[in-house]
Ligand binder design. Sequence first.
Ligand code: FAD
Length: 512
Amino acid sequence: MTTVPPSPLQPAYDLVVVGSGGGALTAAALAARAGLSTVVLERTPLIGGTSAYSGGACWLPGSAVQQRAGLPDSTEGARSYLAAVLDNPDLERVEAFLRHAPELVATLEDDVLMDFEWIPFAEYYDAPGRVPMGRSIQPVSIRRDELDPAVTALVRPPVERDRVGGTGRSTLSGGQALIGRLAAMVVRDGGTVATDHHVVAVRRDADGRVTGVVADTPTGTVEVAARRGVVVAAGGYEGSPELRSLHGTPGRAEWTMAPRGTNTGDVIEACAKVGAATDYSGQGWFCPGLAHPDGSGTFTLGFRGGLMVDQTGRRYANECLPYDRFGRIMADAPERIPSWFVFDDREGGRLPAIAMPEGDPAEHLAAGTWVTAGTIADLAQAIGVETAVLTATVDRFNGFAESGVDEDFGRGADEYDTFFAGGQGPNKALTPIDRPPYFAARFVLSDLGTKGGLVTDPAGRVLDAGTGDPIPGLYATSNSVASVFGAAYPAPGAPLGAAMVFASLAVRDLLD
Ligand code: FAD
């Protein structure tokens, strides 16, 4: 249990923030800067959750950062894009997001501890308003020694190191930079960050106001009162098998990317217990997940070669689709989970894709999560599909690689498809599978978090299930809320962008 600065918690703060991801720390940093006494309560020994694992891309359209980069981006363009991409959106929340994003970036960049830069990363839909090579921004990488060491010591390592082990890096980048910078702002401005504080209940008084929380710690249970409000930003319910099953969310708790022991939806449930409205849409930010010998699945994107087949040995989608779109197609039919990703030896037996982490091919082969064979026919036998079917699938695909046209799924036709691909033929996204030995890697449905939960208004206020009115003193953002984007994942950085905007709007509301 660590408290930064190292002093016992106060019995009361102006603002209590539950969780320590990008949304949580945005709320805490802005509140502390505005002079509110602020505490961040994090259940694990480390801060940052899945946000620390992330690339740190933030979809915050229309800001000065995109202008500096000379991009054809604007709030209006982003509005057109979302209008085309979202299905039946809550327009007031969408508008609040679009209007506030540029101001939030300006406010954060006003701080010496925060700088953003454009990160080229193609947007996920070919729709009006799309910016070529994307408009996502990310916090600039920063050396650890430029930030408070007590804070950086708490930042969760990148996913590969957190899951597999390894030493810390001297530079924080991506999600680690976001978390390190924001947490340093919180502490510099008088806020407190407390780890190993697992919030288990929310207090609501007879007048209907939320007045604080109850947290379990290694040394006992504490009550922390909130004079102005509580902001819940504690991830989704991706780590809870029970809630996933109850709300019909595809995938499994062991396949999610959220760090182990983090996001189990218990704060969402604690809020519901005191009357908060919930909307568990069953949705997540989905992705294909490389299956590992320990039963986990890891986020995989950027397929450079190979093809994906279902349990009958047939392709069912463009493998280069944005990962959430591919994941949704996987979830559509039971024979697609697990799938097998078939590839050849062009990359020396490594997966021609970015898997976080990939793991050791030898361990995969020993455990059977990968298999290898000298011919496609033998590979088919090893994964239990009909030889003739898999052979026909690969032959047909190799024909597409030669002609440059994927007649079945249009792989390579969209700018996203070729963003990571580096093939030499007529279509960069289509590389023949013809260099033995051949491999098949088992894939499951993973996610970067669920996105159903508390129902909030455009100011980030949580609504009462009975009256539909905002619950005084209770705010929520991040994956703890029903997403402003509904089922869609519009562009890189959408989870963090939305989390941060509604965190900021919540703080603005409680300062009013
Ligand atoms: P988290 O960041 O997981 O934070 C929640 C925190 O709350 C956790 O630390 C957890 O321990 C704590 N908590 C939970 N319950 C309690 C409780 N009861 N009491 C106290 N604390 C509690 N998204 C983007 O927008 N851009 C990207 O570039 C991007 N890249 C990604 C790359 C990877 C490899 C992965 C895995 C994800 C990526 N994502 C990205 C997705 C994104 O990181 C997550 O969806 C998002 O960060 C979730 O934010 P959150 O605050 O809801 O949850």
